[in-house]
Design a protein around this ligand. Structure first.
Ligand code: ZN
Length: 68
């Protein structure tokens, strides 16, 4: 059985949801605020995105932190 998981194309987070059930083609990421119709369904790609995203925000030093 294949489980379909969706990831944010901007930050690689799994924490994305439909904006509302009437607009089910639009997704929103609760981690980075991304909103749009494009989602990533490949975990390996999502991992790469996540890696670059975390590096990016680290370099920007904007104080964003999600663990600890
Ligand atoms: Zn995101």
């Amino acid at each position: 059985m294949k489980i379909s998981v969706k990831f944010c194309p901007n930050c690689g987070s799994m924490n994305i949801k439909w904006v509302n059930p009437q607009m089910w083609s639009i997704w929103r990421c609760w981690d980075c605020g991304y909103q749009g119709a494009v989602v990533v369904e490949d975990k390996e790609i999502a991992d790469e995105i996540r890696k670059y995203y975390l590096k990016r925000i680290e370099n920007e030093g904007n104080g964003f932190s999600e663990d600890k």
